[in-house]
Design a protein around this ligand. Sequence first.
Ligand code: TGC
Ligand code: FAD
Length: 390
Amino acid sequence: QDMFESPDFYMIDDLLTEEHKMIRGAIRDFVKKEISPYIEDWCQRAHFPVEIVKKFGEIGAFGPTVPEEYGGGGLDYISYGLIMQEIERGDSGMRSTASVQGSLVMYPIYKFGSEEQKKKYLPKLASGDMLGCFGLTEPDHGSNPGGMVTNFRDMGDHYLLNGAKMWISNSPKADIAVVWAKNEEGRIHGLIVERGMEGFSTPETHGKWSLRASATGELVFDNVKVPKENLLPGKSGLGAPLMCLDSARYGIAWGALGAAMDCYDSARRYALERIQFNKPIASFQLVQKKLSEMLTEITKAQLLNWKLGKMMDEGKATTPQISMAKRNSVEVALNIAREARQIHGGMGITGEYPLMRHMMNLESVITYEGTHDIHLLILGAEITGIQAFS
Ligand code: TGC
Ligand code: FAD
């Protein structure tokens, strides 16, 4: 880990500002100090280190693009991407914690929240004094969130919320949940639900072989009285949560590449050190093929991400462009994790090296925030003008 350097075969650093490189360096140092030494143990024990939330807040990992007046970093999207890349180099579960808080909790409050909601929640979320989660997926509605059944009724002085969400990152420890639910007319709205509200519970999901250092759970609403001022007034309809997903999927495009870089880096060093048939295994053509293909795919994806980041800053990036980058990075990362695992031989299955952990984490990353096939169909719809979802 100490020897890690981003592969930069095409001098992509030339496209970064000094500030970008400084931010990347600071997060990389943080990950080396606060995550890498402990992550294997956390994952083996399926332990979510709740103290990391405050530390993420201190280094500015939450809501980097949210303006400073609300506690955010006021940074551009390339900075956001680099932060996600460096955190996920450490672990995808740690990046999940940060991307949910930034893109799925702070972003909707910032974009669709009232001034009072922004002032009440954003600074505490940015500093890590408060942890949030995002409830869109339901037991019977994953790829098709528009079919959700979680609902709320207007009771005059409050709303009454009923239903359940599943597979929710951060839920067991979250102080608040941004929950998407239908009103009496079937229109989707976002509501801020706070821990402690009567009838609201967050049972943890156990037995995961993936993202073991991230806490995942349900959100259960049994006649929860939600104050009217907790409804996000700025936008309704499925488009509102989908806008949040655009931001989070962008971060994942960079993040997954961080995991790929870690696997490539480990494989390159191991191949040079490991002797078989009296030679380093790096001297065999088949191992060189694996390493060459890894570097090629990482480099292509770095360029895709950088350009997408520029389009995000200009407000021009489209959902299909984001789908392409998320889908590409996760596939690249998963393939590299598998090939890197093979280069490590038997050692690759142990916790001495990060390969199996990244590989298993990436099996969630390829499914959440829109499955690999859903992103393919989003691209298919863009190309043909024909939606193949239903
Ligand atoms: P569709 O008819 O295409 O769209 C419904 C309405 O939304 C509008 N819209 C958008 N608006 C803003 N931004 C976008 N990106 C938008 N995309 C669509 C659209 O114009 C329409 O508006 P209107 O006014 O006409 O109603 O919707 P559909 O029901 O056909 O579904 C499309 C589909 C399948 C692509 C979508 O539902 C989808 O993306 N499904 C995947 C679900 C998903 O990604 N879930 C993620 C849950 S969160 C999560 O996984 C967090 S993990 C985080 C971590 O730990 O890191
Ligand atoms: P399904 O939608 O049932 O899909 C099953 C399979 O069918 C997939 O291969 C899919 O591609 C395929 N499929 C479905 N529809 C079609 C179609 N029309 N055409 C072709 N193939 C199709 N959600 C949240 O809201 N918040 C979170 O914080 C969150 N965190 C998560 C953390 C983890 C660890 C995991 C695993 C999931 C998380 N999710 C979260 C949920 C995630 O977004 C969903 O798992 C994902 O959207 C897929 O839904 P599903 O699991 O119900 O699969």
